[in-house]
Design a protein around this ligand. Structure first.
Ligand code: ADP
Length: 503
């Protein structure tokens, strides 16, 4: 059943194409789908075919202003609600998200080109998990008593910051939106999200699902482009906190604006994550781990992709060969097809950027490029943004492919001879998001884990973001943490001191 205000179906649907059309031309503000103030829209394209699947509302400063005012209006009542009650409502969202998870997975596969089986379903599951986790944390918004004087009661209380402006990218838009809005809401803030221009639909559908439980105006979503729609959100005077995930360059711009306004900012930026493999590792598990770590099933479009792999020399050749063989066997194809392991690159801009990196690597003297996986043969996919994964060896450490974030299915592998040298090489990067170590010698592993410059180090695994574990980088990879109780307290509340003179 649909109506003009809610043109999307009430029940879960398995038809992402119809859902995309129903979501066309809309923001979500004040508990309702609304068109852009200007009435303008922009196309949303299926990267597997090049076909337009929807039009998104083209937001600008006028839409942002409406959304922020709605969020500010809703925030007063929301903040007054007992924290555990807010948590309980956020927890209820999790059940709705679970009921719609297949629908969300299919829609995200359609608009981003991420394979349904290997990626999109996983993302939908994590989203529900994040709401469940933060929904249980309402009672943890505790303050402290402060020893000041026997006749003065001195306490701290956690208060929300107000309206949070959240800007998200296209690679895992549902998950990153959840990481921002679930803790922000539990802490008593309200939120305006600016979705990524390449993937505005699934997050928009989620707004309507959340609205079935949460009060109108608590969260709002505007779609549009960065400078025209993201920038006015950051600079809006009523926005009291900015949380951003995206590129380093944009992160610097966002951070500068927030600094001018003197509002706190959390930044999750890029990465060039090292994976260090010792000869004593469990070989088969580690080869499989390298494929997962490089996020090949997401076409490498991940900030934590293991795009620099260091392998101890005795197993180097065998490791490279085994990895190439496994990647080669992966099936590239229609993201909505259950057989597909690897879908498409998100956009033509990104496609060309990654191809330029590959061409540069192939033209480098001494480098070897192992191009893996067969291109799809289905004629319906000829205009799709499919790109074969490439494993490079023989590059030098000053290569752009080793220093810069590619954000595509391209990794670089190097041999190493001793732990100190590989540690220095791994740390020789402007980034510091994530790292992994693969060894059965936990003395060596833990010693290096302590000395790797990264926000997250994993030994003998390389999982994506998990609820309850702080996530966030050092150096140019960002500022602040997400995904944990500490992150919620630190980044979505401030501590107020209250003193009562009883003398
Ligand atoms: P990517 O290369 O992953 O698209 P960006 O940093 O360009 O990374 O984009 C991440 C998000 O930031 C997107 O939602 C984008 O629209 C937004 N964005 C881009 N430029 C700006 C800006 N100047 N101010 C605020 N947001 C922006």
């Amino acid at each position: 059943m649909t109506n003009a205000l809610h043109p999307t179906p009430a029940d879960p649907t398995r038809d992402p194409f119809a859902l995309a059309r129903a979501l066309s031309g809309l923001h979500f503000i004040g508990g309702r789908y609304v068109p852009a103030v200007s009435g303008q829209t922009f196309p949303v394209v299926n990267p597997a075919t090049g076909a337009e699947v929807a039009q998104a509302a083209l937001g600008d400063a006028a839409d942002i202003d409406v959304a922020v005012r709605e969020a500010a209006r809703a925030q007063k009542d929301w903040a007054r609600m007992p924290a555990r009650k807010r948590g309980a409502l956020v927890h209820q969202c999790s059940a709705i998200l679970k009921a719609h998870s297949e629908e969300l997975a299919r829609l995200i596969a359609l608009e981003t080109g991420k394979a349904l089986r290997t990626e999109s379903r996983v993302e939908a599951g994590v989203v529900a998990d994040i709401f469940e986790f933060f929904g249980g944390l309402g009672g943890e918004l505790k303050g402290e008593t402060v020893p000041f004087s026997p006749t003065v009661l001195s306490v701290t209380v956690r208060e929300p910051l107000g309206v949070v402006g959240a800007i998200i990218p296209w690679n895992v838009p549902m998950l990153l939106m959840a990481l921002k809005i679930a803790p922000a809401l539990v802490a008593g803030n309200t939120v305006v999200v600016k979705s990524a221009e390449e993937a505005p639909l699934t997050v928009l559908r989620i707004c309507e699902l959340l609205n079935r439980v949460l009060p109108a105006g608590c969260f709002n979503m505007v779609s549009g482009f960065g400078p025209e729609c993201g920038a006015p959100l950051v600079s809006h005077p009523l926005v009291r906190k900015v949380t951003f995930t995206g590129s380093v360059e944009t992160g610097r711009i966002v951070s500068a604006t927030a600094a001018q306004k003197l509002v706190p900012v959390t930044l999750e930026l890029g990465g060039k994550s090292p994976m260090i493999v010792f000869a004593d590792c469990d070989f088969e598990k580690t080869v499989a781990g390298a494929i997962t770590s490089m996020r090949f099933t997401r076409q490498g479009q991940s900030c934590t992709a293991a795009s620099r792999i260091y392998v101890e020399r005795p197993i180097f050749d065998r490791f490279v060969a085994a990895m190439a063989e496994r990647v080669d066997a992966m099936v590239m194809g229609d993201p909505l097809d259950e057989r597909t392991d690897i879908g498409t690159i998100i956009s033509t801009g990104q496609y060309e950027k990654v191809r330029a990196f590959v061409a540069e690597g192939q033209a480098t003297a001494g480098a070897t490029a192992r191009v893996c996986s067969a291109m799809p043969t289905d004629p319906a996919l000829t205009k799709g943004l499919f790109l074969q994964p490439v494993i490079f060896t023989g590059l030098t450490k000053d290569s752009r492919l080793v220093r810069e974030e590619i954000f595509g299915p391209v990794t670089t592998i190097f041999p190493f001879d001793d732990a100190e040298t590989v540690l220095a090489e791994a740390n020789d990067s402007e980034y510091g998001l994530a790292a992994s170590l693969w060894t059965n010698n936990l003395t060596v592993g833990l010693s290096l884990a302590h000395r790797l410059e990264a926000g997250l180090v994993q030994i003998n695994q390389n999982l994506v973001v998990q609820a309850n574990l702080s996530y966030g980088g050092v150096k140019s990879s960002g500022l602040g943490k997400e995904a944990s109780l500490e992150a919620m307290l630190e980044h979505f509340t401030h501590k107020k001191t209250i003193m009562v003179n009883m003398g």
